[in-house]
Design a binder for this molecule. Structure first.
Ligand code: HSE
Length: 443
């Protein structure tokens, strides 16, 4: 009988995800070996502090504080980069490719910022780069896009790609807890990234949206070219008003492709979404992604978008693909030749500017409560071709000011921005106007 090849694995970063990968691989190594037809060996892992007490134990000498000893170890075939960040992680990844290693990563920021360079480097070194865990944790969205739905062109991909903010919005909605209090609770549960802005200002989800847009449309979009807005200004009042109008508020990634105009727009912002949409019902720390393909129609995936076990599940699925590639089968991704065609097609795709994006809006104003105020505001809307759909006025306790909540019919983003600027400069305005888009999948 032919003896099985042994494939050796090293892990960069022995934090939550690194330990999860080690734990699950070790627990079920023989089942994976049987399915893949290879022997697998966990060789070593790196950590900044190797003396720290950890839940997952490794054998003597298997933990090192020298990341480069893993990428330069001639025994190791697959390197899992789970250290995060974009500087050292980039260096280590490039060095691993140079040494002919296959790299598996969960690092969305790295792919978003340096994906083009890293994919090219992997190709130049005749090796592979796998990144299933970089988007939506345990949901196999990368495989779904690249393999399961390969027959499709996607007019719309949208959904919830950040679990922390989804948890916060869910609790604000269900329990009426203020933004500040729910943030404190999310921090206490360890849900919020060390750099909180990644979650709260939408950058974590924006990184993931950039990766999905690249996979679906072949074009790398820079964060500076996108609308990226977080959840910091949303109040429990907004959520309650939205509810009374039949909506929930979710932090949505929206990737729309207009095939007639050959334009794509990639955006990340909170939006009102009709509460009967499946994505609106994805609550707590869960992620959900809807993909509309020209062949399959709408497909929706919902699952755990973060956490040790869910992310380890995605990393291990990439390790399995890496093993298959190392055993000689082509990896289940776009081949080098196809990549050229894909790139040529993508080069023609234009980025849709904000002026070409329209949607209904939710607008919250705080104004002086005096005659003529509503007429003034209505005139500004009319001057900017904004048609009001609903209006709620609430008197505030001092009766000198009022809160006005409008929803509009579809209006262009630039008209809304200009109109709100004009309103904010009127002497009747008390607070800066606040607006949210109303997301409609069909529009
Ligand atoms: N902070 C992220 C989230 C974790 O809440 O979804 C994975 O990127």
């Amino acid at each position: 009988m032919k003896s099985k090849r042994t494939i050796r694995i090293g892990i960069l970063g022995f934090g939550t995800v690194g330990q999860g990968v080690w734990k699950h691989l070790q627990a079920d190594l023989s089942a994976l070996e049987y399915r893949l037809g290879a022997k697998l060996e966990l060789v070593s892992a790196s950590a900044r502090d190797i003396t720290k007490q950890r839940d997952v134990q490794v054998g003597p000498g298997q933990l090192t504080d020298d990341n480069f000893s893993i990428v330069n170890d001639p025994q190791i075939d697959i390197v899992c980069e789970l250290i995060g960040g974009t500087t050292l992680a980039r260096e280590l990844t490039l060095q691993a490719f140079k040494n002919g290693k296959t790299v598996v990563t969960a690092n969305k920021a790295l792919i978003c910022e340096h994906g083009e360079e890293l994919f090219n480097a992997a190709r130049d070194c005749n090796t592979h780069y796998f990144f299933e865990a970089s988007v939506a944790g345990g949901i196999p969205i990368i495989k779904t896009l690249r393999e399961g739905l390969v027959a499709n062109r996607f007019s719309l991909i949208y959904g919830i790609l950040n679990g922390t903010t989804n948890y916060m919005l869910t609790r604000m909605e269900r329990e009426g807890i203020s933004y500040g209090d729910v943030l404190d609770q999310a921090r206490a549960l360890g849900y919020v990234e060390a750099d909180e802005s990644l979650d709260l200002d939408g950058y974590d989800a924006a990184h993931k949206a950039v990766i999905l847009a690249y996979l679906a449309h072949g074009r790398w979009v820079k964060l500076e070219e996108m609308v990226v807005e977080g959840i910091r200004d949303i109040t429990t009042g907004d959520i309650a008003y939205a509810k009374s109008l039949g909506y929930k508020i979710k932090l949505l990634a929206v990737i729309r492709r207009d095939f007639d105009k050959n334009a794509v727009s990639v955006r990340l912002h909170p939006a009102l979404i009709a509460k009967n949409e499946i994505i609106a019902q994805v609550d707590e720390v869960f992620n959900g992604i809807s993909l509309t393909g020209d062949v399959v129609g709408e497909t929706i995936l919902v699952g755990r978008g973060a956490g040790q076990d869910a992310t380890a599940s995605a990393v291990i699925s990439d390790i399995a693909d890496a093993v298959v590639a190392l055993l000689g089968a082509p990896p289940p991704v776009i081949s080098e030749e196809d990549e050229e065609t894909y790139k040529a097609l993508a080069d023609e795709v234009q980025l849709a500017g904000p002026e070409s994006v329209s949607s209904p809006y939710y607008i919250r104003l705080r104004v002086k409560d005096q005659p003529g105020v509503l007429a003034n505001i209505a005139k500004v809307f009319a001057d900017h071709s904004i048609s009001v759909a609903t209006m709620i006025q609430e008197e505030e306790s001092d009766s000198a000011s009022a809160r006005l909540i409008f929803t509009t019919h579809s209006a262009s983003e630039s008209n809304i921005e200009t109109a709100l600027k004009v309103i904010s400069e009127l002497d009747i305005s008390i607070d800066t106007p606040f607006r949210l888009r109303v997301f409609k999948p069909g529009k």
